[in-house]
Every structure is written in C-alpha cells, then in structure tokens.
Write a protein that binds this ligand. Structure first.
Ligand code: FES
Length: 335
C-alpha cells in the first residue's frame, strides 16, 4: 500500500464533501516527486503516490479515489490500466501524464477516445498547464460532490436565482452557475469524460430556447463542437457555459456514452437498454431497444478511423508543428 500523504484515519468511504482523493501513478521517482510537490502546493487534497503496478491496484481498491493521474508505470501499459479501471471503477476520471513536453490537440482527442479524461505533460516547463488542467478537473469533481450534498458554493449562495427548464421540468440556478453544475444538481447523469475540459461530447445539451441567456462559446468549445458529428446547431457543452439570464430551455440527449471499442464489443449480442452514443463525436451507434450487432462495433471503428484521419489532416495543415510530433502520433496510433 502506498504512503498516504494526508491520511484518512477512519479508513471508511469518504462522505460526498470530504477532501478530494487523488492517486498519482508514476515509476520514475524524480517525476513522481515533482508531481507530488506541485499537487501538494495546489490544495488540501489526499494524495496517494504509487510507483508500481500492483501498488496502484491495491491503492485504487482501498482508497476510493476521485481522480487518477496515470504516468508511466512499470509492468503496465497505460492503455491497459485505463481499460481495466473503466471496468472496475466506472466513474473514475483518469488523466494521462505524458513525459513529452508538447501535447498536441489531436493527440488529446485520440487518448480521449481511449478513455482518458485528458492528457497533460509532466515536464517542469509545462507546470502552469498541468496546474490549470488539474484545477479544472478537481473543480468539476467538487461541483459534483456539492451537487450530491445539495449545498451551493459560498459565492453562488449570494447570487440571484434564475429560472430555466431541463427536459421540460422547471428548475432554478444561481446567476453565473456553470451549466454542468446545474445539471448535476438536478440529478442529470452526465458522463463528463474529459472532466469538464471542453474536449469531449459527453456533456453536450441542446438549447431549445434562451441561447442568449448563456455565456458565449469559448474557443475550446467551438473547436470541440466543430469536430463533433452532432447534427443539431443548438448544441452546447454544459461544462463550458454559465447561466446569465432567465428562460433557458434545455434538452438532454438521451442515451449512454460507450467508453471504448472494447466496452462496445463486450455488449455485442445484447439488447441496448438505452441508445448508445459515441463518446467523442456524439454519433448514435445503436438505438434503444435494438440488438447490439457487430456492425455497431464496425461503425464505431469506422468513426474512430475517420476521426483519426481528420486529426491527421488537421495536423498536416499545422504549419509550425515539428515533424517529430507527426511521427510520434503515427507510432502511437500503430500501437
Ligand atoms: S465534460 Fe467533456 S466537454 Fe464537457
């Protein structure tokens, strides 16, 4: 069992609003200690460092973590570990820690398809990006814990209330509240695969009324939506917008996001209890009530290949990206 930096003496499952528990897995001791130092300076979180594959599994099983930061772990491929974690800990967000100094957007999208919430560099020169990604993800986890305990944040408590509708049901939100937090507070199941970074399709909603009562799309949101295969123009990413006026009417897409090709493969031959949706592009793979056939898996593979092709095209258009980065991606895609 790894050393617990801030201990939980009771050893029991934490209540919803307890401290954030983060597992950091990395076999390179220098990188591991740099990451721990950064994390300890960021917040009062419970950090579990792990440097070995077995230690990681024991820690995950015993620690009830909120977040896994997964670097290079001896005796384990990060993709296999991620796949296994998706099976064993369905809602655990996993951030891939790359030892490369640059993480291009297309690579980010690609690892997202493999089940990672995001990827950040461990390089000391990228520390500010590391901090901002982790802060964002922890912010979403905290919002979710808060929603589970039905208590608004201290800043939100003083803000005026606004009226909105979710799937026809009237509700209220504090002015300036993040739409994702509003959905979670109203018990809407949102996968938020990228941890609220605006880099997946899993928090998208349709705004049927009152688009002007939400903050305008961020650059990240515009980029992500442009890559999605969502046909409706009124889609917004709930993690990227805030409620600023009365009268928003939202529709939540119905269905389940499938985590990976392996997950879909394990469902072949069963009846879809819910519509099955691609986690990056938002495309419907199988309609509710239909039998899940191999053709759905082939469709997902096709969508993934098409997506990777589009990423490669985007890459070849990028004038300043070094050739080294292109080769790196090709090699990784071949793995
Ligand atoms: S949670 Fe991934 S885009 Fe919002």
């Amino acid at each position: 069992m790894s050393k617990l930096l801030t201990s939980n003496p009771s050893g029991t499952k934490p209540p919803p609003n307890s401290k954030i528990r983060i597992v950091v897995a990395e076999s390179d001791t220098v990188i591991l200690s740099q990451l721990l130092e950064t994390l300890e300076g960021m917040g009062k979180w419970v950090i579990y460092p792990c440097s070995e594959y077995k230690e990681l599994y024991n820690t995950l099983a015993q620690g009830s973590p909120d977040l896994l930061l997964l670097g290079n772990v001896n005796q384990g491929s990060c993709f296999d570990i991620c796949r296994q974690c998706q099976k064993d800990y369905e809602h655990l967000p996993i951030v891939l820690i790359s030892h490369e100094t640059k993480v291009p957007d297309f690579y980010r999208q690609w690892v997202s398809e493999k089940g990672f919430g995001d990827v950040v560099s461990s390089a000391p020169t990228c520390r500010s990006e590391f901090i901002s990604v982790i802060q964002n993800i922890v912010g979403v986890i905290q919002a979710q814990k808060q929603a589970q305990s039905f208590s608004p944040s201290p800043q939100e408590e003083d803000a005026p209330s606004l009226f909105l509708e979710i799937d026809g049901t009237p509700t209220k939100a504090k002015e300036g509240a993040r739409l994702l937090s509003v959905l979670l507070a109203n018990h809407v199941k949102v996968l938020k695969a990228c941890g609220g970074q605006g880099r997946c399709a899993t928090c998208h909603v349709y705004v049927n009324q009152g688009m002007e009562c939400l903050t305008p799309p961020t650059e990240q949101e515009k980029l992500t939506l442009s890559l999605m295969k969502i046909e409706r123009e009124n889609a917004r990413l709930a993690c990227q917008c805030r409620v600023i006026g009365n009268g928003v009417a939202l529709e939540v897409p119905k269905g389940k996001y499938v985590g990976s090709e392996a997950e879909l493969e394990s469902l072949v031959g069963k009846k879809a209890q819910q519509t099955i949706i691609h986690p990056i592009t938002g495309e419907v793979l199988v309609r509710e009530g239909k039998l899940i056939l191999r053709s759905a898996l082939e469709k997902m593979q096709e969508v993934n290949q098409q997506f990777e092709k589009e990423m490669a095209t985007m890459l070849s258009r990028k004038p300043n990206l070094p050739a080294k980065e292109k080769n790196k991606v090709t090699r990784r895609n071949e793995q």
